[in-house]
Design a protein around this ligand. Structure first.
Ligand SMILES: [Zn+2]
Length: 185
């Protein structure tokens, strides 16, 4: 399980471990928190009061400090896992739904025709379709795309890169997605 770390302004920064979250709390860097309480860490006992210190971790925290990520500069990195998640494991050519092991990163304009490896030139395809299309464009192969590629937004990227998102984190991130995002479907 990961904690969603945001800048003080509410922009997503990273998924962090509970241990990393504790450090932010202990350093007094947590400006605000939303979502559910997900863990409690107990520390030492106060010598005078005898009370045990504790840190309660929330699933979403806003932290002070200089944000590492500028949403206007950022282009999410392209990985197969995120690509398949963007396309919901559906082959762009036959429309079949597949397990990750049966899927490939398919270049719409193939490398052989100077296609490039970017979000806008890749779709998810099953192995047989990828093989059949080969080094041709969809037009040349007579295999029209069933959906179009797009570059995920910063918010969507945070959904795509974490397989175990808690319900409140998902709700928070989804609220920022454009209607055009396939993740709404
Ligand atoms: Zn297919």
């Amino acid at each position: 399980m990961k904690v969603l770390k945001l800048s003080a302004q509410g922009l997503p920064q990273s998924w962090i471990s509970l241990e990393q979250a504790v450090i932010h709390y202990a350093s007094d860097e947590v400006r605000w928190e939303v979502g559910a309480q997900v863990a409690v860490f107990r520390g030492g006992h106060n010598a005078i009061t005898g009370q045990q210190s504790q840190i309660v971790i929330n699933s979403i925290i806003g932290t002070k400090g200089v944000p590492r990520i500028n949403p206007f500069m950022q282009r999410p990195g392209l990985t197969n896992a995120k690509l398949f998640a963007r396309d919901r494991n559906v082959c762009a050519y036959c429309g079949g739904h597949f397990h990750e092991e049966e899927l490939t990163r398919e270049h719409i304009i193939p490398f052989a025709q100077n296609g490039i490896d970017t979000w806008m030139n890749v779709v998810t395809a099953c192995r047989p379709c990828n093989h059949r299309k080969s080094s041709r464009t969809p037009e040349q192969a007579g295999m029209p795309l069933l959906y179009t590629p797009y570059v995920p937004s910063l918010w969507e990227d945070f959904i795509l890169r974490n397989r175990r998102i808690l319900a409140d984190q998902m709700e928070f991130l989804m609220a920022h997605l454009p209607q055009s995002s396939r993740l709404h479907g």
